[in-house]
Design a binder for this molecule. Structure first.
Ligand code: ADP
Ligand code: 2DT
Ligand code: MG
Length: 215
């Protein structure tokens, strides 16, 4: 008698421009899923708490300069160090929501110029493939109304515009499940929309194997 395979959780990535609401919506989504009885956990990349994450944090805070290839590989390593735990959670039926993922990794490095998209993707090839990538779309004027840029590296409008163009390139990959949502809506309306898309995805993938990114 074959045992019924346990349902797995979904891997859901949140991407988008600065101040689009990724962190706000990530927290709200995990909270709402849990309340509805669906186990869910939130991860954010970079995770600044690990040793690698502390290096990344001091780079972003401009306390430390790191060569561009080096920091790219550290961001990727910061994802890989969480992979065993992510796979375990997904297998246990826990939905994992990630606030930024490999797409930010590729977009931010390739926005520097002198980096091929292929080189940027390579270190993240084989990561758990998101079942859904929610792209929170917000125009720069609306983002500006949510406050000024911070003082961290990359927080300038000219760089962010290049990052956005790189995101658009990545979205042309139809082997990935990108869904663009209008991030100019109220926190509550956007939350409802995201929750509904997330639940649909969780239902769809629960009996399907987890994929490998860019492989
Ligand atoms: P991100 O993680 O994408 O940079 P945050 O979730 O940190 O964005 O939100 C940036 C700022 O905008 C915060 O002050 C947050 O309260 C506010 N904010 C988030 N979502 C909305 C929204 N839908 N409408 C208005 N303000 C928002
Ligand atoms: P927040 O912590 O505010 O999201 O900013 N970044 C992120 C990269 O350059 N490469 C990556 O792989 C990732 C995940 C985006 C973190 C900053 O780090 C950038 C903004
Ligand atoms: Mg954030």
């Amino acid at each position: 008698r074959a045992a019924m395979a346990a349902r797995r959780g979904a891997l859901i990535a949140l991407e988008g421009v600065d101040r689009a609401g990724k962190s706000t919506q990530g927290r709200r989504l995990v909270e709402a899923l849990r309340e509805a009885g669906h186990p869910a956990d939130l991860l954010r990349f970079p995770d600044r708490t690990t040793e690698i994450g502390q290096l990344i944090s001091s780079y972003l805070g401009r306390e430390k300069n790191l060569e561009d290839h080096t920091i790219h590989l550290l961001f990727s390593a910061n994802r890989w160090e969480h992979v065993p735990m992510m796979k375990e959670k997904l297998q246990q039926g826990i939905t994992v929501v990630v606030d930024r993922y490999a797409f930010s990794g590729v977009a931010f490095t390739s926005a520097k110029g002198n980096f091929g998209l292929d080189w940027c993707k390579q270190p993240d090839v084989g990561l758990p493939k998101p079942d859904l990538i929610l792209f929170l779309q917000l125009n720069p004027e609306a983002a500006a109304e949510r406050g000024n840029f911070g003082q961290e590296r990359y927080e300038t409008s000219s760089f962010q515009e290049k990052v956005l163009q790189c995101f658009y390139c990545l979205m042309e990959d139809k082997s990935l499940n990108w869904k663009t949502v209008d991030a100019s809506k109220s926190i509550e309306d956007l939350h409802r929309e995201i929750k509904s898309i997330a639940k649909e995805t969780m239902q769809e993938v629960q009996n399907k194997p987890l994929g490998e990114l860019w492989k």
